[in-house]
Design a protein around this ligand. Structure first.
Ligand code: SF4
Ligand code: SF4
Length: 99
């Protein structure tokens, strides 16, 4: 069995919100992804606070998921008070992946 690499800066329950808490790329196994509706968005930051791998990135006027690390768990959508996040099947983004 392969050894699991531990990233010491990621051991705490909370990171400093600038580093990713988990350092495991999602690769191709994610089945759903969060999509932001900018018309409902309020820039409250709760999605970033609750995201387990802390991959909701602060773009200064918007939070967007870093899809390299997003697991598609849907917690951000569940916690968003504006219902600004939809969790959509990856199959709908197949063309984007093949580009
Ligand atoms: S779906 Fe999960 S992993 Fe992806 S941004 Fe939302 S909370 Fe984070
Ligand atoms: S929780 Fe919802 S409204 Fe708040 S920053 Fe995230 S997407 Fe925007």
């Amino acid at each position: 069995m392969g050894r699991i690499k531990i990233h010491t800066k990621c051991e705490g329950a909370w990171s400093n919100a600038k580093d990713l808490l988990l350092c495991l790329n999602t690769k191709t196994w994610r089945t759903e992804r969060p999509v932001i509706n900018e018309e409902k968005f309020s820039y409250c930051g709760l999605c970033a606070l609750y995201c387990p791998p802390q991959c909701m990135i602060d773009m200064k006027n918007l939070f967007l998921p870093n899809l390299e690390f997003c697991k598609g768990c849907g917690i951000c959508a569940k916690e968003c008070p504006q219902q600004a996040i939809s969790i959509l099947p990856e199959g709908g983004f197949q063309d984007e992946k093949e580009e």
